[in-house]
Design a protein around this ligand. Structure first.
Ligand SMILES: Cc1cc2nc3c(=O)[nH]c(=O)nc-3n(C[C@H](O)[C@H](O)[C@H](O)COP(=O)(O)O)c2cc1C
Length: 193
């Protein structure tokens, strides 16, 4: 199962709208996905006493989802030139190194003028450091508040096309890695034997 991480805890966020639209795209391509909404997940993040291996029980399902996923799609808004703090803090709660090592991941940035380019590049540094397989086609949604309507549908044909092409490409990318047993789940299995 692929998980779509909606990377903010802001109520009524554009990020969640985009995440839901992306989920509908995967569904139209025959693949069920699940959204990890950080507005909900944040209740289970520690209040300032983060220690590896001592996550709250409430975090366990989220950790397990990431640890078994065949791909992660991160939707990230730009806040002050970077990602929302809650997204970095969520990442910091996940198991090291298995959560991201060899795991296929793709990024969608949203924001004003630069469409979330900066937070996505910051995320690429983090996921690169954590040895994830980063899908090279990123999507940047400029002026998200203008190109997505109140019903959560894109009103811009180019955005529709780019999101669809990314979803199709990411499906192939994660399938190819799994087929070659190069994906995270095969890697974790191979370490057991
Ligand atoms: C706290 C905050 C900081 C922001 N900083 C930036 C910024 O640095 N650059 C930018 O292009 N947009 C910035 N924006 C605009 C957001 O990227 C845009 O409103 C987007 O819709 C926010 O996503 P959200 O609705 O999911 O919270 C900021 C918005 C917020 C709430």
């Amino acid at each position: 199962m692929k998980y779509i991480i909606a990377g903010t805890d802001r109520p009524d966020s554009n990020t969640l709208k985009v995440a839901k639209y992306v989920q509908s795209l995967y569904s139209s391509l025959g693949e069920a996905t699940e959204i990890i909404d950080l507005k909900v997940a944040k209740e289970h993040l520690h209040a300032g006493d983060l220690q590896y291996g001592k996550q709250s029980e409430g975090m366990r399902p989220y950790m397990d989802k990431v640890l078994t996923s065949d791909g992660l799609i991160v939707v990230c808004p730009e806040y002050n030139g970077s990602m929302p703090g809650v997204l970095k803090y969520f990442i910091d709660h996940l198991k090291f190194p298995e959560s991201f090592e060899y795991r296929p991941v793709c990024f969608i940035g949203i924001g004003g003028m630069f469409g979330g380019l900066r937070p996505v590049e910051h995320l690429q540094q983090i996921f690169g450091y954590r040895n994830a397989f980063i899908f090279p086609e990123r999507v940047f949604i400029m002026n998200v508040f203008k190109v997505f309507n109140a019903e959560g549908q894109p009103t811009d044909d180019l955005i529709k096309q780019l999101l669809l092409r990314q979803a199709q490409g990411f499906q192939k990318f994660s399938k190819a890695l799994a087929g070659a047993k190069l994906d995270a789940n095969s890697f974790i299995e191979s370490k057991k034997s």
